[in-house]
Design a binder for this molecule. Sequence first.
Ligand code: ATP
Ligand code: MG
Length: 190
Amino acid sequence: MKNIIIFGAPGSGKGTYSDEIVKRYGMGHISTGDVLRAQIKAGTELGKTAKGYIDNGQLLPDSLMIDILADTYDSLPAGQGVIFDGFPRTIAQAEALKKMLAERNHDMGVMVELIVDEETLLARLLNRAIEQGRADDNEETIKKRFAVYHAQTEPLADWFEKEGMRHTFTWYGSKEQMLGDIFAFLDTLK
Ligand code: ATP
Ligand code: MG
């Protein structure tokens, strides 16, 4: 499979759909949020730095994230395609990803954008707080993450549009329907 960048607001289902895509197409998966949470759990220096930003709903510095992303990418088997979940989140990260892949003669692939109304997003994140106990899934931090998303990440959709990579999928209340639409598109790429 080609590389896939899965893009959307907090709670839009990036991780959930990534898992389904990995199951169907057998590709690699990089979730930068999961990488950072693993570092926090392991108590590393990076984890300590990350916790300060994450608990505050802020993004980590681009330079740090770009290094983490490149290291993780290079640790995966080449040639199977990778799904990027939670990266890029800024224009600088997108430019860095483009450069990193070009240096390796790899293609950026396609961007899959998940559009979900904010009421649904908030309900999902509050529910996840109960089920998974993520420290950043409280109402105050969620509001900050939405604001950061609108200010820093959403403008990237236009960047992908200009790259001719943007493919948008909208939530109409059914996971099966959304997943079916995404699979129907991805099947055309194989
Ligand atoms: P969801 O997982 O439901 O889509 P989310 O997008 O808010 O929600 P993660 O992708 O897990 O959650 O990210 C959690 C936090 O990790 C972010 O709020 C941010 O602080 C940090 N983070 C993850 N990826 C990046 C990145 N590419 N750049 C900067 N910070 C990041
Ligand atoms: Mg996630």
